[in-house]
Design a protein around this ligand. Structure first.
Ligand SMILES: C[S@@+](CC[C@H](N)C(=O)[O-])C[C@H]1O[C@@H](n2cnc3c(N)ncnc32)[C@H](O)[C@@H]1O
Length: 439
């Protein structure tokens, strides 16, 4: 009895695994979502930005991070599920520098205690992250078998691998590989955790929203349409939530308007391209796709992508140039004279897309002026900038960009919250910029 009470009082630490291809933006996304879901908490963020597991692949590097106990594990999980860049939140059940230490730590619990961690069905998943994937299969098998011994009790339980209620994951953290002493064995284990995956309780997952709105399934797209996961990430960075009104002054085919609408916002889109925004009831010039078999023969309008997702159509301002004198008044008029909660936008990349041939910094000046005029206090502006150059010296370039943007934004009483530079393609980097209007 005493043992059980101690067990129940024992609080586990919580960790999060970020795993998607948007680099550091996913840290700020998580932060932004936590801050708008729990506005009365004051979070102390201490991201270990170098804590990355470089194993690449489609998802890019992963980041493992311990979370502060300012929220419960379930609340953290509710935050994570709304983020496009989070894999999952876990409670640490056993931890150790070596696998043996981890197993010994888990072994502090009786079989009964361990069973209490997996209330209904269970699945045991062994994930090999980082360098562990490169282990010799024999060595890997030994590690797996050791782990199975610890959880032998679970083999007596009903197994439902199809839809497990609880998953246990063995995670190997390779974070210290980056600064490891070169004289030591780089294959060495640095941390093992046995983790219990925490289920979110409240919110629709960003993954579901992304799958529903995947570009391949959309009725209407253009050459500029942004991938749905990137669009959701940007809307999250802006803190877009139910009941907000969001503006995209360079809305193109509406990718960011769709993402904002999926998070519960009403949307207003402007674009200089009159024909694009007025696109109505024409045969689509796209080939068939397995996701949308009728594609290519159906007649679609701009708003069909919204209607097919069950979203309200945006208010559109076709042919409106962001530099025109009437821009601010037209945009405010479209929202019944009210200010906006957020601006989320993907400005034109260079001369080809822009009629005005603005430089990057001129464009920031124009956007900042618009943000000052149309955003509510504390409203956010999130935008991208493509910058020439390869990924050498990214941190240096990021600081240089920061120095350039800061005075422009200050002129319009906007605070630069986050600036992330990521590789875009072989010749270009792309900055994600998060700005907040002073309260
Ligand atoms: C990168 S695209 C936006 C893509 C959009 N996010 C999508 O999902 O399709 C940039 C857009 O800015 C528009 N644009 C260029 N110059 C503009 C200006 N001066 N005022 C307003 N829109 C402009 C272009 O017509 C283009 O649609």
């Amino acid at each position: 009895m005493v043992r059980l009470v101690i067990f129940l009082l024992m609080s586990y630490s919580t960790i999060i695994l970020f795993r998607s291809r948007y680099g550091q933006s996913r840290l700020w996304e998580f932060q932004a979502v936590a801050e708008y879901l729990y506005p009365n908490h004051s979070f102390q963020w201490g991201w270990n930005e170098t804590a990355q597991l470089y194993y690449g692949g489609d998802y890019g590097p992963s980041i493992v991070q311990k979370l502060p106990d300012s929220l419960t594990a379930e609340q953290w999980s509710d935050v994570a599920v709304r983020c496009i860049g989070c894999k999952s939140v876990f409670q640490v059940v056993g931890e150790g520098v070596t696998l043996a230490d981890c197993i010994a730590d888990v072994g502090r619990w009786s079989d009964h205690d361990i069973l209490k961690l997996v209330p209904d069905t269970w699945s045991m998943q062994i994930e090999h992250l980082g360098k562990m994937q490169r282990l010799h299969p024999k060595e890997r098998r030994i590690q797996i078998e050791q782990f199975r011994d610890v959880l032998g009790i679970l083999t007596t339980r009903k197994v439902d691998l199809e839809s497990p209620d609880t998953e246990l994951v063995l995670l190997k953290d390779c974070r210290s590989l980056e600064d490891i002493d070169p004289s030591t064995d780089r294959q060495a284990t640095h941390y093992h955790w046995l983790l219990k995956r925490i289920k979110a309780t409240k919110y629709p997952s960003a993954k579901i929203l992304f799958e529903r709105s995947d570009v391949k399934k959309r009725a209407f797209i253009s050459t500029t349409t942004m991938p749905a996961d990137r669009a959701l990430l940007m809307a999250n960075l802006a803190g877009v939530q139910q009941g907000n009104v969001v503006l995209d002054p360079f809305c193109g085919s509406g990718g960011l308007l769709i993402a904002s609408a999926l998070l519960g916002a009403s949307t207003v889109g402007a674009d200089i391209d009159d024909a694009l925004l007025s696109f109505t009831d024409r045969v689509l010039p796209f080939p068939h796709s397995p996701h949308r078999p009728k594609r290519g023969v159906e007649r679609v309008s701009y708003g069909d992508s919204f209607l097919e997702l069950g979203l309200d159509e945006p208010i559109l301002l076709p042919g409106l140039d962001i530099q025109s004198a009437s821009f601010v008044s037209r945009v405010l008029q479209a929202n019944d004279g009210q200010k906006y909660d957020a601006i989320v936008t993907d400005p034109p990349y260079g001369i080809r897309e822009s009629t005005s041939q603005m430089s990057n910094l001129e464009l920031v000046g124009v956007l900042a002026k618009v943000a000052q005029s149309v955003l509510k206090p504390s409203g956010r502006l999130v935008f991208l900038q493509v910058i020439k150059g390869d990924s050498d010296n990214v941190e240096h370039r990021r600081l240089a960009l920061y120095e350039e943007l800061q005075p422009i934004l200050q002129t319009y009483r906007l605070d630069l919250k986050h600036l992330v530079l990521e590789k875009f393609n072989t010749q270009n980097l792309r900055a994600t910029v998060v700005v907040e209007k002073q309260g």
